[in-house]
Ligand binder design. Structure first.
Ligand SMILES: [Zn+2]
Length: 381
């Protein structure tokens, strides 16, 4: 996600914070310090209120993180790698590297989050009961956080995809229809209805209670959910579509071999610019010696282009991510993301047979979606 930075790493998962989440953190702390804590403990100094409010916000942050981590831990256990969690204005996202393979996996990953929130709510509720006769402020914070976690658990169980409840619904539909795509379409459709429902609720809240901020908040969440439902469905559609198409059918064979001792300047003047090509295989001892791209050239200062040879700048064959023509375009895209590259050399029996590019893959998706032939290939899983 653009605009996020890594905070720390826990259980093998990077925890990233998006700037929008900081806004929520500050807003929550401010609301607690000036509002709730101020009203409840009028004898407190400003400093005491702010300390208590910050501590409460940090525990709140911890509970959202625990919710998200539980999704990731279950996914990792099931063999679906999660390397990153991003916390942002509406909560958190676990970046699963692939989709669940069965309805059961989908259900387990989805339900782990709300279950964790309810367990935390229960524990804090218990703490509230124990503490309320003795230490008022801590009890107050525990009670407040117990309710907050309960609300998070309930909200996430709303059956609109891609909320957790929507994923549970998708798992259920998937198990009865035997088609992930169809199940996703239905669950996203419910998600869209829920999203519009939240927007209408937001408007109603504004009109009926005059609570502008709460109303706007509901509208924002609804708007976000609507987009998420749409993009999640598009993603599943795309992956579904690409998983049925082999790399072989989209090979680019129009590349030009270049010699390893050619200078970067010659490469630029005689090959890159005239052909506006983005990758060149470099000849090596026994076939492919490496691949050079404009990005590799840019790593050297302009003044060095005339004196640097292609082999010094290229990615050598042994460090290249390569792919077989028989694997699916979906796998090709995943490999490209993993290696942050726009194209992959396609190798068959140790020989270069072509390249597959992200651009070509996107074009084929676009074309199939435009022609309306994207959804017809569903096969039972
Ligand atoms: Zn969740």
């Amino acid at each position: 996600m653009q605009g996020s930075f890594r905070l720390f790493r826990i259980a093998g998962v990077d925890i990233d914070i998006h700037w929008s989440w900081l806004l929520v953190f500050i807003l929550l702390t401010w609301t607690l310090a000036t509002g709730l804590f101020g009203e409840e403990f009028s004898g407190w100094t400003q400093a005491e209120r702010w300390v208590a409010a910050s501590a409460t916000s940090i525990v709140f942050f911890g509970s959202i993180l625990a919710h998200e981590l539980s999704h990731s831990i279950v996914a990792n256990r099931l063999g679906i790698p999660v390397r990153r969690i991003t916390l942002f204005v509406f909560g958190g996202v676990s970046h699963l590297e692939s989709e669940s393979r069965t309805p059961r996996e989908e259900f387990l990953i989805a339900i782990a989050g709300p279950a964790t929130s309810f367990v935390i709510a229960g524990l804090l509720g218990g703490l509230w009961v124990v503490l309320s006769p003795v230490r008022e402020p801590a009890a107050f914070a525990a009670g407040y956080l117990a309710v907050a976690n309960g609300v998070i658990g309930i909200f996430n169980l709303i059956p609109g995809f891609p909320l957790d409840g929507g994923r549970v619904l998708r798992a259920f539909l998937w198990s009865i229809t035997n088609g992930l795509l169809r199940a996703t379409r239905l669950a996203s459709w419910v998600g869209t209805i829920v999203a519009y429902g939240l927007m209408v609720l937001g408007i109603a809240v504004m009109i009926l209670t005059g609570e502008i901020l709460s109303g706007v908040w509901f509208i924002f969440i609804g708007w976000f959910l609507r987009n998420a439902a749409e993009t999640s469905y598009q993603q599943v559609l795309m992956r579904h579509l690409l998983s049925a198409v082999p790399v072989r059918s989209l090979l680019d064979r129009s590349y030009e071999w270049v010699a390893p001792n050619m200078t970067l300047q010659t490469l630029l003047d005689e090959h890159i610019l005239p052909r506006s090509a983005r990758y060149f295989p470099v000849t090596g001892g026994s076939g492919l010696g490496g691949v050079i791209t404009p990005k590799d050239v840019r790593r050297f200062p302009k003044t060095a282009w005339a004196s640097t040879a292609v082999y010094q700048a290229m990615t050598p064959a042994e460090r290249l991510a390569v792919i077989s023509p028989e694997v699916s375009l979906d796998e090709a895209l995943q490999l490209m993301s993993k290696h942050s590259t726009q194209q992959l050399p396609v190798m068959e029996g140790g020989t270069l047979v072509g390249f597959v590019t992200r651009q070509d893959i996107m074009r084929t998706v676009q074309l199939r979606v435009e022609l309306g032939v994207a959804e017809k290939r569903e096969t039972p899983v």
